[in-house]
Design a protein around this ligand. Structure first.
Ligand code: FES
Ligand SMILES: [Fe+2]
Length: 422
């Protein structure tokens, strides 16, 4: 549901507090340098693969890509081969795309629709629930138990039309993982949004370098002077740190500039009617741990996702979800010419990735000193270490856990600094 008037006022007051302060808030910790090895050391990359990419909820698909029973897509963004299948009961199920016989891929196309899934190697047949239902020459196997030879399931849950997967059977449910964000996102109607565009771009840097360019507004005046800076007042930005490493930024337009909802937009763009005042009038962006960054507005839900592709390469996926659009018009928030290239803002954001990677690999760089403005990056790294298990990380690659729970939503010591506001 949209924020209450009190919540809106609190955010407005916090914006003024941020603009007026002359130092980080009292009690906010000094942030120790992030070790450069977190972007360059294969040991840390391997820990990420083993823990972060196996234990987090990951956005894999939109229901529009799996529209009817039997629809399937192949998905391997997180380094594990997965097939997502729309079941006969309307639910979406995920499985390793790994035949239980000798490991051949059960689906070989990116997407399609099937009643049954027949392995192309020796013809074992699975149904839409992943159960093994037939094999060739069964008389030649002794005591083959079909009930234990189905496709191995991967956890799969939906948030509205979005399909998430998690490789950890012990992970919390998706709603617990999202925490307060699940409620805050009700206003965006994820259960009705359509998928308008989804593209992939290869970048020559560690996935976190690319993501972090979208996790702070400290860079806005330098690299977005003509695109973002005119509509975003970075000194009034309010960061919120949520449990599990998630975060949010909200910034109004600069003083004297019209609010975002007063700016002209194409009449072809539909609105999400339930979006509240803050998301209509300000730039609001959420970071969902580990790899989703998205502004959310009354016009579109356009997440950018970052996927590892080796220590010094990554894939950036750009999605645009929007209310139903008019015939002949397809919203695409981040790419141009149907995904041929990035839009101007993301070109600006990604322009230094490769050079930063080279810097971090050089002897000339040892660590990243972060400011209070960049606290969401530090918060992410603390959560990453806790998910990996701090004791599993070589000491020289850890971050210190200096941001304490008093700074994690719903706690916020800044409120006390506003006077007696709630
Ligand atoms: S590997 Fe699939 S049937 Fe043999
Ligand atoms: Fe940016």
């Amino acid at each position: 549901m949209p924020m209450t008037p009190e919540e809106v006022q609190l955010l407005r007051d916090l914006m003024e507090y941020e603009a007026a302060r002359s130092a980080p808030p009292a009690g906010f910790p000094r942030l120790p340098d992030l070790p450069a090895g977190r972007y360059t050391d294969q040991r840390f990359f391997d820990l990420e693969l083993k823990y972060i990419w196996r234990k987090s909820w990951l956005l894999a698909a939109h229901l529009d890509e799996l529209p009817e029973p039997g629809s399937y897509i192949y998905w391997d963004c997180a380094g594990q081969p997965v097939v997502l299948i729309h079941g006969d009961d309307g639910g979406i199920n995920a499985f390793y795309n790994t035949c239980s016989h000798r490991g051949a891929p059960v689906v070989t196309e990116k997407s399609g629709r099937k009643k049954r899934f027949t392995c192309p190697y020796h013809g074992w047949v699975y149904d839409r629930r992943g159960s093994l239902c037939a094999i060739r020459d069964p008389q030649d196997f002794r005591d083959l138990d079909f009930s234990t030879r189905g496709l191995k399931p991967v956890r799969c849950e939906r948030f509205g039309n979005l399909v998430f997967v998690n490789f950890d059977s012990g992970a919390p449910g998706l709603l617990d993982w999202l925490g307060p964000i699940a409620n805050e996102w009700q206003e965006f109607q994820f259960d009705t949004c359509r998928l308008a565009a989804r593209h992939v771009f290869e970048l020559d840097c560690n996935w976190k370098i690319a993501m972090e360019a979208n996790t702070e507004v400290y860079h806005v005046r330098s690299i977005h002077p003509a695109t973002v800076a005119p509509i975003l007042d970075d000194r009034r930005n309010v960061n919120t740190l949520y449990p599990n490493g998630h975060g949010r930024m909200v910034a109004p337009t600069p003083p004297g500039k019209a609010a975002l909802d007063a700016l002209p937009v194409s009449p072809d763009i539909a609105r999400i009617d339930t979006v509240g005042e803050i998301a209509r009038s300000c730039t609001q962006s959420y970071g969902l741990f580990p790899n989703w960054v998205s502004p959310l507005s009354q016009y579109a839900i356009p997440p950018i996702l970052f996927w590892p592709n080796g220590i010094n390469k990554c894939r950036m996926e750009t999605w645009t979800m929007a209310p139903a659009w008019k015939e002949g018009f397809k919203p695409d928030f981040w790419a141009e010419n149907d995904g041929a290239e990035l839009c101007a803002v993301l070109k600006e954001d990604t322009q230094f990735g490769e050079k930063i990677q080279r810097s971090m690999e050089s002897s000339g760089f040892s660590g990243v000193p972060l400011s209070y403005q960049e606290a969401r990056i530090y918060h992410w790294n603390q959560a990453a270490d806790r998910l990996i298990g701090i004791e599993n990380i070589p000491p020289e690659l850890r971050v210190e856990q200096v941001i304490t729970d008093e700074w994690i939503y719903p706690n916020d010591p800044r409120r006390a600094l506003l006077g007696n506001k709630p």
